[in-house]
Design a protein around this ligand. Structure first.
Ligand code: FAD
Length: 414
């Protein structure tokens, strides 16, 4: 079936890579990407660090899906709220859930609801002007980070950087002021596993050696017989003793959080270690320990009932990819491999099925209020990059209302 209609829920990296793979293999296919936000690109826009603009360059590749390959974007459409999954399944030959995972995982230990604990997702959304973000939190002078994956290292690096070190980023004014006035003196970063099995990538650790105003201490990195594990240990140990300025950073490993202490605000975290119990005082806690599903899509039920969850096949005509399928693991390029395999599976299934010319396709969205499309996103993108202040490459439009206003403006002829 080469004239089939496919809809992808979520225009983040996994949705974009899937559209790219489907249209490359079968250019006659109609591929629609929908997103609950008025703008595409998911965590590339709202998760990837503001000082990692090179990584965000992948959006140029994604833009070609809409500009050259014929994919269509329908923004400001939340599946589960504006349109049901059943509506989509009746309107399209194939529906793919690429909705990611965005709810910060809870610590699940006594005290984990005490004020002063902030999830990495909430904090990065606030830092990067996500339209649904909460306010930037008050961290005090000694925040403690729990987690040792790349997201934790991103947070550590941002909190440790000076205003000058954010040159060239797209960090907004409110976040810039927040970082400049944070009053942070010391950041402790703790991981449950030993350094050998920490989740961070070595390249992320090496980047910390460039920080201009920090003094770093590494406690208990250990050793390993495995050469790859030893590379991680070497990278982190190379930071020990680095001293370029007053802001102190301490790495701790093998620390399993057991309880958060405090009454009206966090005061300390108690950890189980190989030596026994240890309490570390802090003025706030940042958790970077993974993500759970948010919103109304019944992910757990769909995956439990899936015909072949590993291949992304949930039910006839219904598929999943990216973080939504795999869980909150893997970098942007890892979603590409996933998407290519799923594209082959979808095309095989479509070819085996009869084309249904009566499928409604995107006409089911036509009465939805404030729908955005790719040209609307292009207007937002152009406005954000037209005249950034010195030291910034973009000023994000932060509210949904302002994005919708710009997206709906008609093009004016000169
Ligand atoms: C803070 C952070 C920093 C990261 N930094 C890097 C990095 O530097 N380099 C790297 O390679 N990887 C990085 N990653 C990992 C990378 O972002 C992920 O691999 C990738 O974004 C997963 O893609 P996805 O499309 O599955 O999910 P997402 O990027 O989350 O995209 C999902 C999309 O679905 C939409 N959506 C959700 N629910 C609905 C719904 N009900 N209806 C309609 N739309 C919906 C969302 O708005 C979103 O646009 C980072 C991750 C995080 C959390």
């Amino acid at each position: 079936m080469t004239n089939g209609q496919v809809v992808i829920v979520g225009a983040g990296p996994s949705g974009c890579y899937l559209a790219q793979a489907l249209l490359k293999a079968c250019p006659e296919l109609q591929v629609d990407l929908i997103d609950r936000l008025p703008v595409p690109y998911g965590l590339v826009r709202y998760g990837v660090a503001a000082d990692h603009q090179g990584t965000k360059g992948v959006t140029r590749q994604f833009a070609r899906i809409f500009e050259r390959q014929g994919a269509r974007f329908f923004g400001n459409v939340e599946i589960g709220k504006c349109v049901t999954l059943d509506d989509l399944r009746s309107a399209y030959d194939a529906v793919v859930l690429a909705a990611g995972l965005s709810k910060d995982r809870k610590l699940g230990i006594p005290g984990d609801r005490i004020p002063g604990i902030f999830g990495a997702g909430n904090v990065t959304r606030a830092l990067y002007d996500h339209p649904d973000a909460e306010n930037l939190p008050s961290l005090g002078s000694r925040p403690l980070i729990i987690g040792n994956g790349n997201v934790a290292i991103d947070l550590l690096r941002l909190l440790a950087k000076s205003t000058e070190e954010m040159e060239g980023s797209d960090l907004g004014q409110a976040a810039t002021d927040w970082l400049a006035t944070s009053g942070i003196e010391e950041i402790t970063i703790t991981g449950r596993s030993p350094a050998a099995r920490a989740k961070f990538d070595v390249v992320m650790i090496k980047e910390l050696a460039k920080l201009a105003g920090v003094t770093i201490r590494v406690v208990g990195a250990g050793t390993s017989d495995d050469p790859d594990e030893q590379k991680k240990i070497d990278a982190v140990e190379a930071l020990d003793g680095l001293s370029t300025g007053p802001r102190r950073i301490t790495f701790r490993f093998g620390m399993t959080p057991a309880a958060v202490d405090g009454e009206t605000w966090v005061k300390a975290v108690t950890f189980k270690t190989t030596e026994g119990i240890e309490s570390i005082a802090c003025t706030s806690v940042l958790t970077a320990i993974g993500f759970d599903p948010a919103g109304d899509l019944p992910r757990a039920e769909l995956i439990a009932a899936a015909s072949d969850a590993e291949a992304g096949a949930l039910a006839p005509g219904l598929y999943a990819t990216g973080w939504f399928r795999r869980g909150p693991r893997g970098t942007i390029p890892e979603n590409r491999t996933d998407a290519q395999a799923l594209a082959a599976r979808i095309l095989k299934d479509l070819n085996a099925a009869d084309a249904n010319a009566n499928k409604l396709g995107p006409t089911i969205f036509q009465n939805l209020p404030d729908l955005t499309d790719y040209s609307g996103w292009s207007r937002i993108d152009a406005a954000e990059t037209a005249d950034p202040p010195p030291g910034r490459c973009r000023v994000k439009i932060a509210t949904r209302e302002a994005m919708l206003t710009l997206a709906s403006e008609k093009e004016t002829k000169p």
